[in-house]
Ligand binder design. Structure first.
Ligand SMILES: [Zn+2]
Ligand SMILES: [Zn+2]
Length: 333
């Protein structure tokens, strides 16, 4: 029997199409190009060693410019938004607009052209989180910024245009509607129950274990009960806090280990699928509360959105979340 399931934090419904459920392994991508088949250096790649545009650089590790870099942050050469803009708001009749203020940066995760987070060592991934943390704090100092989106597109189907391992940061002068809706739902749940809805969901996963993929000292990675798409996962800190920016260094090191395991399982088990990875923190000015809880969303791009999803906002997931989690737990890395 197919069933509807609801994500209690977002109130989004999904249809789990159990009657025509596919076995998770049948979703493995055919013939995806593995980064290791590429050269380690590409002279045409703007992120490769020797092609660095130093005037765009905002941070690097190590800081010493005479040392070879391991991870860099740069301003996007073709930014969606600009930080050097006068902030202006207008609202005439029904036309509301504000100037295109914001930050758009790229994190170059590794000097090698032919790697990806799934193949990196956990200490290399920890450097990536370190620079994301530093840039996040730096950008948050700008009082005009309300929300920061940290994201990674892997593979063409996820919107990546360059293969060199990289992520992006876009900082906005507005709180996106999807975040505002989540904040309102979380506040409502807290009013009703006195609990953080995300903590409640996490404790449910820890208790039932069927959808848990990886757990560690500080984090749990699980396939969502109401996963809209196959293998849709949340990686959540066990400690309640509103933002990635309030993590401690030991937590970020642990997070690097968890991300490595989850991405390596996807890489091996599903043959390097495209995915989007998004850090969902609270709005910058929501610095402490009992109802918002930061986490990372990982969305493998194994199915396509079509008219029904656009028309209803309801996804049809052709896999059982429990079966996806079981499959990933069984992938040895
Ligand atoms: Zn490159
Ligand atoms: Zn919580």
């Amino acid at each position: 029997m197919p069933e509807f399931r609801q994500n209690i934090a977002t109130r989004d419904w999904v249809i789990i199409a159990t009657d025509r459920a596919k076995r998770p392994q049948t979703l493995a991508v055919n013939g995806a190009t593995s980064p290791i088949e590429l050269p380690s250096h590409d002279e045409k790649c703007p992120f490769c060693i020797g092609n660095e545009e130093l005037d765009l650089e905002t941070d690097r590790i190590p800081k010493d410019p005479t040392q070879p870099w391991q991870v860099r942050a740069v301003r996007n050469k073709y930014p969606a938004l600009s930080e050097d803009i006068n902030f202006h708001r207008s609202f005439t009749n029904v036309e509301r607009r504000i100037s295109g203020l914001g930050y758009h940066e790229v994190i170059i995760e590794h000097p090698a052209h032919n790697t990806t987070l799934a193949l990196m060592e956990p200490d290399e991934i920890a450097l990536f989180f370190e620079i994301v943390y530093r840039r996040g704090w730096k950008i948050s100092e700008d009082p005009r910024i309300e929300y920061i989106v940290y994201f990674r597109n892997h593979g063409e189907r996820a919107g990546a245009s360059l293969v060199h391992p990289h992520s992006q940061i876009i900082a906005l002068p507005v709180v996106p509607n999807v975040i505002r809706k989540r904040t309102e739902e979380a506040r409502r749940y807290f009013d009703d129950t006195g609990q953080c809805v995300y903590c409640a969901m996490m404790h449910n996963e820890l208790e039932h274990k069927a959808r848990v993929v990886v757990s560690s000292q500080y984090f749990i990675a699980f396939v969502l009960y109401a996963a809209p798409t196959p293998f849709h996962m949340w990686i959540m800190p066990l400690r309640h806090d509103v933002s990635f920016l309030y993590t401690k260094q030991e937590e970020r090191i642990d997070l690097a280990n968890v991300i490595k395991q989850v991405l390596a399982k996807l890489y091996i088990g599903l043959n390097n699928p495209a995915y989007n990875l998004i850090v969902r923190s609270s709005p910058i000015k929501e610095i402490e509360n009992d109802y918002l809880h930061w986490y990372i969303t990982l969305v493998p791009r194994l199915s396509r959105t079509a008219g029904f999803e656009l028309g209803s906002g309801i996804h049809i997931n052709p896999t059982l979340p429990e079966a996806c989690a079981e499959f990933l737990r069984g992938v040895n890395i």
